[in-house]
Design a protein around this ligand. Structure first.
Ligand code: PHB
Length: 250
């Protein structure tokens, strides 16, 4: 593929443009994309125009662009994430109906928890999780499950990086975090009271494949001082049913 003078491939530049979209920044002008991608303005405008032409981006009435439905369609089609999400959905619905609080499904992606699905009732409490959004592994219940049951290299990378403090309760001391991970492995679930936002407690359990490797985390977000026992029973039951429906358990 043709490289730019900076040595970047066409694909690199496309990715730079697409990565300026975030869960909270879903519409931007071409000029903003140019600035945020760090690409020369003419390059950014040209790539945006080509992507709009191909239907991968869409322009609204105010000439701002958004991720196009065609890109969503292609990205979602037969991905392993979709298979997992589809298998999980009926059991997530059951958790959501019985616990009546936010219910999420997350996988590990580049050392962060990436959320594939979130179900919420109108009366559910606060929740910072977004579908296709990410949370830090050290600070969210799902992330802690993925980290605790993840490989040693992942744990070492996370411990040696900056453990960002999001609330006074976030675990930012590596030794304390290691103790928490060991506790999670022993009890088989993670409880994160106030780690991400002071008003909520995240509760998460692992979803495993047929080898026992953890492939996802299933979680609920409860008001901070609510009892976690009932949610834990429902989460464990749902995780087993998801594993069964994926053919990982008989
Ligand atoms: C969590 O999983 O720990 C969590 C996620 C979102 C929140 C609060 C807690 O808003």
């Amino acid at each position: 593929m043709a490289n730019s003078p900076s040595g970047e491939s066409v694909t690199d530049r496309l990715v730079r443009v697409l990565e300026t979209f975030t869960p909270t920044r879903t519409a931007q002008t071409a000029a903003e994309i140019g600035r945020r991608s760090g690409l020369p303005s003419s390059t950014a405008h040209r790539i945006v125009g080509e992507l709009v032409g191909a239907g991968l981006l869409e322009r609204d009435d105010e000439r701002r662009v958004r991720i196009g439905i065609r890109l969503w369609e292609l990205a979602t089609r037969s991905s392993s994430a979709l298979r997992l999400r589809q298998a999980a959905l009926p059991y997530m619905e059951r958790v959501q109906q019985r616990v009546r609080e936010h219910t999420q499904l997350a996988i590990l992606e580049h050392d962060e928890a990436l959320f594939l699905e979130r179900l919420s009732a109108p009366a559910s409490g606060s929740n910072v999780t977004r579908i296709a959004g990410r949370l830090p592994v050290h600070a969210s219940s799902s992330g802690l499950v993925l980290l605790a049951f993840g490989d040693r290299a992942l744990q070492d990378r996370v411990m040696s990086g900056t453990l960002v403090r999001l609330t006074p309760s976030t675990l930012v001391d590596p030794a304390q975090l290691r103790r928490k991970l060991s506790e999670i492995r022993t009890v088989g679930h993670a409880i994160a009271p106030g780690y991400i936002e002071e008003v909520s407690t995240g509760v998460a359990v692992p979803v495993r494949d047929e080898t026992g490797a953890v492939i996802a985390a299933l979680s609920v977000v409860l008001p901070r001082d609510e009892e976690v026992e009932f949610a834990l029973v429902e989460l464990h039951r749902a995780a087993r049913d998801i594993e069964r429906s994926l053919g990982y358990r008989h």
